[in-house]
Every structure is written in structure tokens, then in C-alpha cells.
Write a protein that binds this ligand. Structure first.
Ligand code: CP
Ligand code: NVA
Length: 301
């Protein structure tokens, strides 16, 4: 009998032990890069993207190839999905032809439906609600440089209601670090998300208090994909919520500064602060490759 496949749709569904398992695999795959990795031999994975991507697309395409598989990049506008074919029909067709799917889209429900109807391993490569591959990578990168994140203070600055901070919220609940979200009221996460996540999360408009004693300062764009019509309003509303040298001075002396990228200098982070922490930020970007290979290996185990 065919068993149901594993998926990575949301950090909310992962246990701390599963995160540990993914990181363990990622570490081994990072160390053995260049040696034969055969987890995906004979497999074809589809990347179905409705939004732009540099890091996620390239890291998955390279990672799948390095693990012995083939990838098929499908811009959602080039397939019938873009002309209105339902996701559940697309999923049932692809599920009979390919071995796994990596999906970047708007609605979280579309990723959930794809996983259900395709019956193949499905990875959320960013939706409006979550970006699990990114936050797993961020935590892996933190731990590589500073040891366990448990008990540490992570301060997120900017639009605290978008996909990236929401994945951080679920990670805080699972992994036992304190998450402080510094954002104007209108850009703080919903009470429903905070309730689902449980403890460890503080929402505040007081940016300086949030940064004081932090072990990691983190930011993301003020204008997420799909929110372009709100650009002027967002720049106005979020203009104080920037990572700069003054803010970094309030954090712990060995605090890391991270950015999921792409970065908009002079908006969510200054050029000087970005460049001072570029080594961390680009190590973080490279780790997308290794952690996603860990995710692929875990999904197939
Ligand atoms: N951080 C991230 O997901 O980057 P891309 O949008 O370039 O994939
Ligand atoms: N919040 C951003 C993340 C980009 C990687 C967006 O959704 O555009």
C-alpha cells in the first residue's frame, strides 16, 4: 500500500525533533557537497512559481541536480493554471508524472490543496502566509555561528505581519527562543496567529526596546510581493522601522544581523549596516541550498 508522503507546508506543522533532523541532514549534505549524492536519482521535481525568485529557484534547481534528480521550472503563467485550471486538477495531473513539487504562490490554501490532491511530497517555497524554507535556513545559519538558538532573543524589525515573520513566530513556539516583533500596530501579526503559536512572542511599537540585548536582528522588505500597490503608504508607515548602526549598538555585542534578501538599502536596512554584516547575510543566502537539500532528504526518508 502507498503511504502518504511528507510535506513541508508550514513551520507550524514541524516538531523540534523534525527541525533537528533536517539540520542534521543539511550539515552532512553541506560537508559532502561535491561528492556523489543520490537521494533523488531517477526523480523529476517541478518548481511551480507564480512570483519572482532568485535564491529559492536557483537553490532548489541546483540542490535537486546535486542530489541526482531533474527539475522542471514551471512559471505558473505558462501552464494552464495561469488560465484558470483549478489547482486540484493541476495537482492530480502532475502527481502522476513527477515525484515532488516546490511551489511559490499567493494563497497558502493552494499549497495545501496541491499536497492533498497530488499525493507527492510538496514544499512551500513562499506564500502570502509563510516562508518555511527561509526561516529554517536562518535558524540553521544562526546555530552554525552562535550555537543553539534556544533561550536567545530574536528581534524582527519592519512589516511583522508578512510571511517571513509569521514563520518566525511558529519557529519561536517550537524552538524556545524569544521573538520580539517591532512594527507599527497595523503591521503586527493577527491575534489568531499569535494565539496559535503560543508563548515566546512580544509585539511592540517600541523599536529601541525591542533591539536592546537582542542576539539576532532581522528584517525583510517593507513591500512584499503582491503588495506593490501599497508601496507609498508602506514606506511612509514603516520609515522608522529600519536596522541601522544606532539600532545595532543596542543589541548584544556579538549580535548577528540577517536579511532574507532581496534588500532595499535605505529602507528596511542602511547600506552601511548591510555591508558590515554582508558575510553573515550571504552565508545565510548560501545556506538556502544546504538546508533545502536537508529538507528534500528528510521528506524522502
Ligand atoms: N529570500 C528569498 O526567498 O529570495 P528569492 O525571492 O530570491 O527566492
Ligand atoms: N516578504 C517577502 C519575502 C521575499 C523573499 C515577500 O513576500 O516578497
Amino acid at each position: 500500500m502507498k503511504t502518504s508522503p511528507k510535506h513541508l507546508l508550514s513551520i507550524e506543522q514541524l516538531t523540534a525533533a523534525e527541525v533537528e533532523n533536517i539540520f542534521h541532514r543539511a550539515t552532512a549534505l553541506k560537508r559532502s557537497r561535491g561528492e556523489a549524492q543520490t537521494h533523488l536519482t531517477g526523480q523529476t521535481w517541478a518548481l511551480i512559481f507564480s512570483k519572482s525568485s532568485t535564491r529559492t529557484r536557483v537553490s532548489f534547481e541546483v540542490g535537486i541536480r546535486e542530489m541526482g534528480g531533474e527539475s522542471l521550472f514551471l512559471n505558473a503563467n505558462d501552464i494552464q493554471l495561469g488560465r484558470g485550471e483549478p489547482i486540484k486538477d493541476t495537482a492530480r495531473v502532475l502527481g502522476r508524472m513527477i515525484h515532488g513539487a516546490v511551489i511559490r504562490t499567493y494563497s497558502q490554501q493552494d499549497v495545501v490543496d496541491f499536497a492533498q490532491y497530488s499525493s507527492i511530497p510538496t514544499i512551500n517555497a513562499l506564500t502570502d502566509d509563510e516562508h518555511p524554507c527561509q526561516i529554517l535556513t536562518d535558524i540553521f545559519t544562526y546555530e552554525e555561528k552562535r550555537g543553539p538558538i534556544k533561550g536567545k532573543v530574536v528581534t524582527y524589525v519592519g512589516d511583522a505581519a508578512c510571511n517571513v515573520p509569521v514563520s518566525w513566530i511558529f519557529a519561536a513556539a517550537r524552538l524556545g527562543f524569544q521573538l520580539r516583533l517591532a512594527a507599527p500596530k497595523a503591521y503586527q501579526p493577527s491575534a489568531e496567529i499569535l494565539r496559535r503559536a503560543g508563548g515566546h512572542v512580544i509585539c511592540t511599537e517600541n523599536l529601541r526596546e525591542a533591539a536592546r540585548g537582542a542576539d539576532l536582528l532581522y528584517t525583510d522588505v517593507w513591500v512584499s510581493m503582491g503588495k506593490e500597490a501599497e508601496t507609498a503608504q508602506r514606506i511612509k508607515d514603516l520609515s522608522d522601522y529600519q536596522i541601522n548602526d544606532d539600532l545595532v549598538a543596542l543589541a548584544n555585542p556579538d549580535a548577528l544581523v540577517m536579511h532574507c534578501l532581496p534588500a532595499y538599502r535605505g529602507k528596511e536596512i542602511t547600506d552601511a549596516t548591510f555591508e558590515a554584516h554582508a558575510k553573515t547575510i550571504f552565508d545565510q543566502a548560501e545556506n538556502r541550498l544546504h538546508v533545502q537539500k536537508g529538507i528534500l532528504s528528510w521528506l524522502l526518508a
